[in-house]
Design a protein around this ligand. Structure first.
Ligand code: AHR
Length: 327
């Protein structure tokens, strides 16, 4: 195995880069294999990486938008290895199928950080993980619903994220765990909307055809899917949100999602924080300095519900919270 020593060699230079301009060869080369551009969350996450891994901060960032194509993402990682970048960051589209390429990268001596989502691979195949706990996000949605319904019946439609993505698997499983304790809840259907607005709208239109008049809860596994679902329900004359026919729950808590929460159109928006690059940079800085770093770093999330709703599991949305949201 080739030993990667660039971090140690550049330590002095890396520190200086924080305050002064540096030559191109001194920049720390980071490859980011990004999922794609499927959602507002993803756009915010990409922008965050571009802001944090800037030349002014001492980095040369190679960001590849993999357009939700698993094979393209594995190829992007392989290309980063062939380019001999200093660090590779992966936001995995799929949780499975990483062993071969991660072994190749490890054999090349390039440190890997898994970010945002999780993978099904032995921890020895990557150096660090930074992300959110999507299982807990699902549990939060379930606990909030149980608290609000207080024993009333729920007929639930769920629009899942991309099939095989840990963010979808985690939210589905977390919510299912709470649902298992509620015999008065029925999951009428659960289909993937691929974390996109179009996907959310298409799935909701088909749900409305099959279940019109039978459902009172819609759960969308990200804000963009919820925007699509709202369009479908508007077209069908179905009301949602506070005082509506349907309780609408979303995940992400991006700016527009929180605006809809403030407006009472979303009953609940469970946060998934896209601002993760600074934490990843902190891990890389420790690697550069040869210091110990945490194998796993959790980026914490909150949940927000519409004004007028009191909950043990969510904060009541305010204009002040929205004004403080940068993404
Ligand atoms: O992995 C995070 C998820 O991926 C976000 O919920 C979603 O918006 C994104 O596309």
């Amino acid at each position: 195995m080739k030993k990667k020593i660039v971090g140690l060699v550049l330590f002095g230079a890396a520190a200086a880069m924080m305050t002064a301009g540096v030559s191109a060869e001194d920049l720390i080369k980071v490859g980011y294999a990004q999922v794609g551009h499927e959602s507002d969350w993803r756009t915010a996450n990409t922008q965050n990486y571009q802001d944090v891994f800037s030349e002014e901060n001492g980095y040369e960032l190679s960001l590849v938008d993999c357009d939700n194509d698993n094979a393209a993402q594995i190829e992007a990682v392989r290309n980063f290895k062939d380019q001999d970048l200093d660090y590779i960051v992966i936001a995995p589209i799929q949780s499975a199928g990483w062993d071969t390429v991660l072994q190749e990268v490890q054999d090349a001596g390039i440190p890997v950080i898994i970010a945002d989502r999780e993978i099904e691979a032995d921890e020895s195949l990557y150096d660090a993980w930074v992300g959110t706990n999507t299982y807990n996000e699902g549990v939060t949605a379930g606990n909030w619903l149980a608290e609000q319904l207080d024993g009333a019946e729920a007929n639930i439609l769920q629009i899942e994220g991309s099939v095989g993505a840990s963010a979808a698997i985690g939210r589905t499983n977390g919510f299912a765990e709470v649902m298992a304790d509620h015999s008065e809840w029925k999951l009428l259907d659960s289909q993937s909307g691929d974390f996109t607005q179009d996907g959310g709208q298409t799935v909701m239109e088909s749900f409305i055809k099959s279940y019109e008049g039978q459902f009172n809860v819609v759960i969308c596994q990200n804000d963009n899917e919820a925007y699509g679902a709202m369009d479908a329900m508007d077209a069908a004359g179905i009301t949602y949100g506070v005082g509506g026919d349907v309780i609408l729950i979303s995940y992400d808590a991006t700016h527009d999602g929180l605006q809809y929460t403030l407006d009472g159109k979303f009953n609940l928006d469970v946060e998934c924080n896209p601002i993760q690059a600074e934490v990843v940079k902190g891990v890389i800085e420790k690697m550069v300095a040869g210091e110990e770093f945490d194998k796993n770093t959790l980026v914490t999330d909150e949940a927000f519900n519409a004004p007028g709703i009191t909950s043990e599991f969510a904060t009541e949305m305010t204009q002040e919270i929205l004004d403080g949201r940068a993404y």
